[in-house]
Design a protein around this ligand. Structure first.
Ligand code: HEM
Length: 214
């Protein structure tokens, strides 16, 4: 079924067939399940820990980018996926948490001294941690009770931090690879377009200053 449906707190738009949100989570977790299966069955190549760490980080970034595409899709193409935005955003957080857990447990063996040294010494770890810290309040407040408690405006202001998280995530990716291969630059370009779109749109929406009578 494809058609127009009303969705939570949103303008009407062309919605894809409505599916239960739980399906978004189930599909969203397929890469994680596959990665862990491949990990325990020794299919992740010569350095399985590194492969797992990188793949989870990449999925966190992909879901973060997917979250940012929901608004332009609705405004430009009238495709309304607002109903699923929260689930997609939370998937990004869950993947980032798994990515962090892989780093803390498998990469660093929970050696707190080594972890602190890494955070201080390696800018990409510092930025990764800062990005994760930004994602935490966004994930914690991704529920209706938080919106009610905070009020819509304060909630929306807080959730603008997602833009900073996206910048942090691509910066982290670029610094991880150290040289300039295409992949992180492609992700950075996508984030730049998605954030640039918002800047342009907010400029266009600003009312032009009233002319004072001479
Ligand atoms: C929580 C703190 C974080 C830590 C400690 C961390 C750590 C790491 C490490 C150790 C790597 C692999 C470096 C290597 O290949 O040698 C990595 C890669 C990566 N991380 Fe993170 N990260 C963090 C947060 C994040 C977040 C929040 C995101 C995205 C939302 C992210 C996305 C990525 C990406 C895309 C890669 C590169 C994957 C690739 O090489 O294909 N990371 N991170």
């Amino acid at each position: 079924m494809v058609g127009r449906v009303s969705v939570e707190g949103a303008k009407k738009g062309f919605a894809l067939p409505q599916v239960p949100k739980i399906l978004v989570y189930i599909v969203g977790f397929i890469p994680a399940v596959w990665l862990f299966y491949a990990g325990i069955t020794d299919q992740l190549g010569a350095d399985p820990m590194r492969y797992l760490e990188q793949a989870l980080g990449l999925w966190a970034l992909r879901f973060l980018i997917a979250t940012l595409t929901v608004t332009p899709l609705r405004q430009l193409f009238n495709v309304n996926l607002l109903r699923y935005r929260r689930a997609i955003g939370l998937l990004s957080f869950y993947y980032a948490a798994l990515h962090l857990t892989t780093y803390l447990v498998l990469d660093q063996g929970l050696d707190m001294a080594a972890i602190v040294a890494d955070i201080v010494k390696r800018p990409y770890i510092t930025i990764g941690m800062a990005t994760f810290v930004i994602l935490v309040p966004l994930a914690v407040t991704s529920n209706n009770a938080a919106i009610r408690r905070m009020g819509g405006q304060a909630w929306a202001r807080l959730h603008k931090l997602v833009y900073l998280a996206a910048i942090g995530a691509v910066l982290h990716f670029i610094l991880v690879v150290k040289s300039w291969p295409t992949e992180p630059l492609v992700y950075a370009a996508i984030v730049a377009v998605l954030l640039g779109y918002r800047v342009v749109r907010s400029q266009m929406k600003k009312p032009s200053p009233r002319r004072r009578p001479a």
